[in-house]
Design a binder for this molecule. Structure first.
Ligand code: SIN
Length: 502
């Protein structure tokens, strides 16, 4: 077996991994393993921004209360305190690193509002390209650190565990499986949106870290909570896959939701109307669609002029224009799409998992800050706050390396692409039907039975090719979502169980 040794192995190169790596003691060697490049992550696609109480009109206590309200009574309050109190310092740090945040004419940060926030506190960059601008700044900083190596286009297969401790990971890279041994592993592998038919996530979001952590024996938490974004662009007859996101910041700038007859339907459902927390808006849209029999509702930003929209939302404006929509005069057809895994690998306040030697940060982790429903634009903030904390924890106490020979893995078998594609279709069909916005007890039980069948069949014929491994990870993650859902009979946030329905 080909062995590579490092101190800290980081899997995934979104904002969580990049930011953590920048705070690792430079005397420790860092290896990044990523399936593709830095431009293929949820972070890269993130439009809206980063929430933090940075203005004089705001304070962390109000951010704390908004986060708890959106989280529907399930948030870990100590984690939320850390998030809101340490958030402003991370925004200042990003400014120091030269992230090109949008500024007001007086040179202070421009802030907007999104769903569930009672103050304007979302900073943004490139208008609606906050994630891309942040990754573009952090990635070169990480790449040029002398202690850091990158294996791109390399697939993380599984964790290596020995004597109850994580020792590294098996990685499929350059045509062979290598053992990357490390004193600790940080999983920043993002979410698993691709277990659903339509998601805002890129194709790499297949739950690899969550599934591997579970196989290794780490605890997962809150897996039943899956966030659907209310406004994915609806495209007639679109195939399964990535849905283009229409950022919630449009509603922050005055966009209204209307049905296809032009009538508003959010008024009266929540005091914040269109800016209610996401789970509430998504459910209201589903109810509206069920009543009308239509496939989409409309987002109306025609109250704003073309120049404003082009400058403030260049990504949304251009993508809509490419599809023949002129958003200064046309309504935008939208419907809810999977967006974010709220649950994940259980961590403490320093990103540490229940399995010694393992950490997780970002969407793959569950710190508990999001409770049952994430407050808009708290996700990148979580990556920053807990990324730094994770690095500090590692710096303070990385265990000494002990001589260790990883057990060899079976030689890779040729994967069966047709079978993997068929299994993916089955996984998505089950998740869409039984683990969606509105769930039923009978549906969840049926989904579990079917998903167990799919996982058993994929487990029985392991293979090292990426397609098959990702599909297996999707199945394992989907099963955890369904099992978590069935184990929580009461509705909370994104987990809504319809009573008496079959
Ligand atoms: C958005 O821009 O609407 C998404 C931001 C987020 O997921 O917090």
């Amino acid at each position: 077996m080909d062995i590579y040794e490092t101190d800290v192995l980081i899997v995934g190169c979104g904002i969580a991994g990049l930011y953590a790596s920048l705070h690792i003691d430079p005397r420790l060697r860092v290896l990044f393993v990523t399936k593709e490049g830095a431009d293929t992550s949820n972070s890269w696609l993130a439009q809206g921004g980063i929430a933090a109480a940075i203005t004089v009109e705001d304070d962390p206590q109000q951010h704390f209360l908004d986060t708890l309200e959106a989280g529907a009574g399930v948030c870990d309050e100590s984690a939320v305190r850390v998030l809101v109190n340490e958030g402003p310092r991370e925004i200042a740090a990003l400014r120091q690193m030269a992230v090109p945040f949008d500024l007001k004419p007086d040179g202070t940060l421009s802030v907007t509002r999104e769903g569930g926030h009672h103050r304007d506190r979302v900073v943004h960059a490139g208008g609606d390209a906050t994630g891309r601008e942040t990754v573009k700044t952090l990635s070169p900083l990480a790449q040029t650190r002398p202690n850091t190596a990158f294996w791109e286009h390399s697939f993380f297969l599984d964790l290596i565990v020995s004597d109850g401790r994580v020792r590294g990971a098996y990685v499929y890279t350059e045509g062979k499986t290598r053992a990357a041994l490390a004193r600790c592993v940080v999983l920043c592998t993002g979410g698993a949106g691709r277990i659903y038919g339509r998601s805002t996530n890129p194709s790499v979001a297949t739950g690899d870290g969550i599934a591997a952590a579970r196989r290794a024996g780490a605890a997962l938490k809150n897996m039943e909570f899956v966030q659907f974004h209310p406004t994915g662009l609806h495209e007639q007859g679109a195939p399964e896959g990535r849905a283009f996101l229409i950022t919630e910041a449009l509603r922050g700038e005055g966009a209204l939701l209307r049905n296809t007859k032009g009538e508003r339907f959010m008024a009266g459902t929540h005091p914040l109307d269109e800016l209610a927390p996401r789970d509430i808006v998504s459910r209201a849209i589903v109810r509206e669609l069920n009543q009308s029999g239509e496939e989409f509702v409309c987002l109306d930003i025609t109250g704003r002029g073309r120049d404003f929209l082009k400058a403030r939302f260049p990504t949304v404006y251009t993508e809509c224009e490419r599809r023949g929509l002129h958003i200064e005069r046309d309504f935008i057809p939208v419907s809810p799409v999977q967006h974010y895994m709220v649950g994940g690998i259980a961590t403490g306040l320093w990103g540490e998992c229940t399995l010694p030697g393992l950490y997780s940060v970002g969407e793959s982790a569950c710190t508990g800050v999001h409770g049952a429903n994430r407050l808009a634009s708290n996700s990148m903030l979580e990556c920053l706050v807990f990324g730094r904390r994770c690095a500090e924890h590692i710096n303070a106490g990385t265990p000494e390396r002990v001589p260790f020979s990883p057990p060899p893995v079976p030689s890779p078998r040729e994967g069966d692409a047709v079978r993997a594609a068929a299994a993916r279709r089955e996984i998505r069909a089950v998740c869409d039907r039984d683990a969606g916005i509105i769930r039923t007890a009978a549906g969840m039980a049926r989904g579990i039975a079917e998903m167990r069948g799919i996982t058993e069949s994929l487990d029985a014929t392991p293979s090292a090719d990426r397609e098959t491994c990702e599909t297996r990870n999707m199945a394992h993650t989907a099963l955890c979502v369904l099992e978590g859902a069935l184990s929580r009979p009461e509705s909370a946030g994104t987990h809504f169980v319809e009573r008496g329905a079959q």
